[in-house]
Every structure is written in C-alpha cells, then in structure tokens.
Design a binder for this molecule. Structure first.
Ligand SMILES: NC(=O)c1ccc[n+]([C@@H]2O[C@H](COP(=O)([O-])OP(=O)(O)OC[C@H]3O[C@@H](n4cnc5c(N)ncnc54)[C@H](OP(=O)(O)O)[C@@H]3O)[C@@H](O)[C@H]2O)c1
Length: 256
C-alpha cells in the first residue's frame, strides 16, 4: 500500500474524477476527507459526500465526509479544522473541485466568469493556505492541482469547447502550481499539477458533452495512478511539475 497511514483531502470528491481519486487513495491505505457541497444526490449529476464516504468505508478505510464550498473561506477553514481534529494532521491535498461555463466570451455573464475563477483558482488558494501550516508541522506534504489542456488551447473549439473562462482559470492554476512549489520547497512540500490528455468520462463531462463522440474518452484510472504517484512526493521528489497523464506515465513508468 503506497499511502498507508496518510491523510488526504480531496475537494470535489462527491462525484467524477475527485471521487475516483478519493477511492484510489483509500485503496492505497489513506484516510480520506471528501470535501464538496452535495449532501444528497441531485437528479442532474448524482453523487454526494456521504455516498463516496460509504464506498471508502466499504474498502475498510477511514472516510470523513465534510460539506465544503471551496469558494468560501470560512467553509474551507472549518473543513481543515475538522480534518485536523479527526485525523491529527494532513499529508495530501488534491484541488480537484472545478466548474466550467461553455459560452463565447461576449455571451458570458460576469457572474459565470467570476464563479469559474472563484472555484478553480480561489478555491485552490484557500485550501492550500489552510493546509500548508499543518503540512509544515508534519515536515512534508504533497499538493496536487487538477488542471486541463484548456490552459494552453490556442483555438477554441478545435478540440473540445471548454469556454475561455475555464482555460484562463486552469492557466492561472498552473502558474499558481509552480509559484507555490517554489515557495514551499524549503518546507519539503511538493506542489504539482496534472491534466488528462483525453476527456475523462465523469458525471460532469457526460452531462455537459452529452452529444459528443465519446469513443476516445477514458476512464479516470490513468489520472488516479498519476494522483497516487504525486501523493507520494515531497520536495525531494517531483515538484513544480505541470504534466499530462501521458507525460507522467512515460517519464516515471507508471502503470494502471
Ligand atoms: N473530466 C475531464 O475530462 C477533465 C479534463 C480536464 C480537467 N478536469 C478537471 O477535473 C476536475 C473534476 O472534473 P469532473 O469531470 O470530475 O467534474 P464533475 O463530474 O462536474 O465534478 C465536479 C466536482 O467539483 C465539485 N465542486 C464544484 N463546485 C464546488 C465548490 N464550490 N466547492 C466544492 N466542490 C465543488 C462538485 O461537487 P458538489 O457539486 O457536490 O460541490 C463535484 O464533486 C475539475 O477540476 C475539472 O476541471 C476534468
């Protein structure tokens, strides 16, 4: 077991990629905090923090479902405080919670633009700021940000239309990743970002891209292997990387 005894927070783990990463961490022996807003399954997406927790407990691992809105400073700080109380510290943070808005810039309401940036960048900032002191106390830690190829897309709609706000937010998240890695090297905390090359089939992508050709889509497994690999890092290992799943597999010989 690669993460035995570790404590991990995964944001946006009520469904989708976050849930897959949370389960993957549990299979490797970690205790996992499931931080998201859904306490009951909704008709549109399904999934809840309690459902993910039940599945983790069925694997024989500890799970702590905590209602948390990553855009809300008080909510994030309370989530981290409760984690500390339950597990005594934090080793791993995955900033996975994310939203998008598909529309040309000219048709994007300010409210939507702000929400995308708030969840995808400010959420990651708030979660990092709250966990860093606990990682410093542990003498090591690993922060993983979930990015997207949209960060570098130069032509909207050539591949998959993701919306400019989303691309801007992921570009910001990548800049945040290597900036924070540079700040936290002295504290032995690794900070990395990963992004899938092919669309990962999740509740979100299946809903938003219902009409898309899904023949090239992938399961979350490859991203889960990348997350497990990065979760084991500290600043003596891989840090400051912004890599795709294919790159991490090639560079580090990862396997599903
Ligand atoms: N799937 C892909 O192909 C793909 C590709 C590139 C990058 N990504 C990234 O991977 C991450 C997960 O994507 P996904 O496809 O799994 O999406 P998803 O199925 O839509 O799940 C999104 C998750 O984010 C949570 N979330 C949204 N707003 C939140 C908030 N304010 N506070 C806390 N949690 C919040 C949702 O939980 P609640 O609604 O319960 O709060 C949900 O668990 C995102 O960052 C996305 O940008 C995905």
């Amino acid at each position: 077991m690669k993460l035995k005894g570790k404590v991990a927070i995964v944001t946006g783990a009520s469904r989708g990629l976050g849930k897959a990463i949370a389960l993957g961490f549990a299979r490797e022996g970690a205790s996992v905090v499931i931080a998201a807003r859904s306490e009951v399954e909704n008709d549109k997406f399904g999934g809840s923090i309690y459902k993910t927790a039940e599945e983790i407990k069925a694997l024989g691992q500890a799970a702590l479902p905590l209602k948390c809105d990553v855009t809300d400073e008080t909510s994030v700080n309370e989530m981290v405080e409760k984690t500390k109380k339950e597990f005594g510290g934090i080793d791993i943070l995955v900033n996975n919670a994310g939203v998008t808005f598909y529309a040309p810039v000219i048709e994007t309401p300010l409210k939507r633009w702000e929400l995308v940036l708030k969840v995808n960048i400010i959420g990651a900032f708030l979660c990092c700021r709250a966990v860093i002191p606990l990682m410093v106390k542990r003498g090591r830690g690993s922060i993983i940000n979930i990015s997207s190829l949209a960060a570098n897309d130069r032509h909207e709609s050539v591949t998959i239309p993701t919306g400019v706000a989303y691309g801007v937010s992921k570009a910001g998240l990548e800049r945040f990743t290597f900036g924070l890695a540079s700040e936290l090297g002295k504290d032995n905390i690794a900070v990395n970002a990963i992004k899938p090359v092919r669309v990962v089939s999740t509740e979100g992508t299946r809903y938003w891209m219902a009409e898309a050709d899904k023949s090239e889509w992938q399961s979350p497994d490859k991203m889960v292997s990348c997350a497990v690999f990065l979760a084991q890092q500290d600043a003596h290992g891989v840090t400051g990387a912004v890599a795709s799943d294919d790159e991490l597999f090639a560079w580090h010989g990862l396997k599903i």
